[in-house]
Design a protein around this ligand. Sequence first.
Ligand SMILES: [Zn+2]
Ligand SMILES: [Zn+2]
Length: 419
Amino acid sequence: MNLVHAGKRPLIRCQECDELFVVPDAPDKTTVKCARCGAVLYKRNTRSIANAFIFNLTALILLLLANSFPFLSMSIEGSVQTSKLISGALAVYRQGMWEVGLLVLLVMIVVPLAKILTNLYVLAPLHFGRRAPFAEQAARLVELISPWSMAEVFLLGVLVTCVKLADLGTIKVGVALFCFVAMIVAMAAGDAANEPREVWERLERSRPQPLPDPRERKRLLSCHVCHLVCRVDPHTEDESAFCPRCGATLHQRKPDSLNRTWALVIAAAILYIPANVYPVMTVVSFGKPFVNTILGGVQELISSGMWPLAVLVFFASITVPMLKLVGLIFLLISIHRRSRWRPADRTRLYRIIDAVGRWSMVDIFVLAITAALVQMGSIATIVPGVGAMAFASVVVLTIFAAMSFDPRLIWDAAGANRD
Ligand SMILES: [Zn+2]
Ligand SMILES: [Zn+2]
């Protein structure tokens, strides 16, 4: 909007391959993609702020309801254990594994709640034609925390737990679970409706900058957060350049991307071994211990005839971490070797790695929900194992690794950005 200057269109830089485009005058309800690598550049939707505001408000109400009612209850031999949404995190915490409990609490309640509240803080005033103080900081916060909101993965965890515990006792679904499912749908709808570009353009307070000239390509940096294309003085670059719109530090590429990604991938690969060797949890039922490893959990689902769920869990807990590690190592090596082989496909591989990583959390959620439901003294109890800690670390480290990898380096190494 404000960006249009002197009859010219603003510029946009692809965040995944660094190609520079003049923003096309797209009709309403269209998605504009990068012609070179296929990444989504932006979605044009004039109702995006209104829709995102309404869906986020709905999600907030549903999340509050989901936290107020019983979530699941389980009865074994006449003794009943009722759990709330938060109980899983607390149960793991009480069992002495506070790091895993804190992680579960953060990714399933704290971050989704913070994301919804921050979104509302930015969107509600914009919807009514106003602007909240510190709105830029709030909008930056949303970008920062979004990858850690994993309510939908938690739901898969609930499904897996219910199937696994079906042999042990009877499980009843509470009102909170329905609210939680509805909240996930509302959040997903809010995310789909939200178009950050629209928000940033509406937030832009300062007079529009004179539009950069596309011929100065080399000096045009794209802000990582709000994607504004800024002209940077060559001497100030890297250290002291800040985005005039959102205030984020400007970088040509993510700082020290290759070394950071290598370090995180190697750490995750080492922890992948104890994560699969040591038990994630031990179920003690009538004095008999049943040790559960990650692979053992899948075998258990197969033996109880739950094939589709077994395939899903195998994919989430074994394939996804492996794919992330092998995929990132492949991408890193291809950059070091300055490979020119199919950069668009390699960028697509990165996009997949980045998108599926969160689903590996499902095993940690299964542990938390089981620990909340099965605390019945001599009848049945759950003890979290060392494997859980190692596995949670692998998931977190690989998510950080995917975040620190800069896909534009694939194109740089292939010589595509030389101008
Ligand atoms: Zn691109
Ligand atoms: Zn910015």
